[in-house]
Design a protein around this ligand. Structure first.
Ligand code: PGA
Length: 264
């Protein structure tokens, strides 16, 4: 079955509103010349403070606002209440988001997010009509100890627990080996594809074959214009979650262009 590729840019804690808008415009002016099915789904995840700024400029290119989707980098699972510093799914939606990234290793590591919290967030996002981008990945120590698959399977089973097969089918997973994030060390494409196939098998076991065939599973970790073609040529890699290389229009646009060379 063919799955529509996704190229997602995770801007992390970078860019002021004016800079975010400028970068977004740079991506918008590139994608305007392409249409689906050639164009992958392009998703941009700015900081919360720039969500409205980028959402406000995404719809004036004559594309109906569909060419670039906006994502939040995190959310809370409750709708509202006394959760200082958090935003709800409804708030992210109100700020123009279609997707929300959850379980990024930086959030797990620096903000103590657990698998249980990520599962609650995934459920809240789907209940709110948005799509979760669920991140998973192993540390270098886990890889060297030979427990990569076991660790990731645990993360995925926990994240998808209690979610219907229909909702799992719409969701997105990003496999991001932690040792490859921001280090310039990309995971070998064949190995990334092997882990992604393993993730798809776990999804099959938990949610059935239809969900496993439909769910889009991305690779993340030092993705660059020079690596994406080989990554996209793999059977099970459905796109990329890009950090550093998404902060410049030239490199991000080149990643989109190189994706189009491979995936139609
Ligand atoms: P990177 O980040 O591309 O800078 O390695 C990826 C990510 O953390 O999503």
């Amino acid at each position: 079955m063919s799955r529509k590729p996704i190229i997602a840019g995770n801007w992390k804690m970078n860019l002021l509103q004016s800079e975010a808008k400028e970068l977004f415009e740079g991506i918008k002016s590139f994608v305007k010349d392409y249409t689906a099915p050639q164009l992958p789904t392009v998703v941009i995840a700015p900081t919360f403070t720039s969500l409205c700024a980028v959402s406000s400029v995404r719809c004036d290119c004559g594309c109906g606002g569909n060419k670039i989707s906006v994502a939040a980098q995190n959310c809370h699972w409750e709708n509202s209440g006394a959760y200082t510093g958090e935003i709800s799914v409804e708030m992210a939606k109100d700020a123009g988001c279609d997707y929300i990234i959850i379980g990024h290793s930086e959030r797990r590591q620096y903000f103590s997010e657990t698998d249980e919290m990520i599962n609650k967030k995934a459920k809240a996002i789907l209940a709110g009509g948005l799509i979760p981008i669920i991140c998973c990945g192993e540390t270098l120590e886990q890889r060297e100890a030979g427990i990569t698959d076991e660790h990731i399977a645990t993360q995925i089973r926990a994240a998808l627990s209690g979610i219907s097969s229909e909702d799992v089918a719409k969701s997105v997973i990003a496999y991001e080996p932690i040792w490859a994030i921001g280090t310039g060390k990309t995971c070998d494409s064949v190995e990334a594809n092997r882990v992604i196939k393993m993730i798809r098998n776990v999804v099959k076991e938990v949610s059935g074959s239809e969900a496993a065939d439909s769910i889009r599973i991305l690779y993340g970790g030092s993705v660059k214009p020079s690596t994406i073609e080989e990554q996209m040529s793999q059977s099970d890699i459905d796109g990329a979650l890009v950090g550093g290389a998404s902060l410049k229009a030239d490199s991000f646009n080149e990643i989109i262009a190189n994706t189009m060379k491979v995936a139609v």
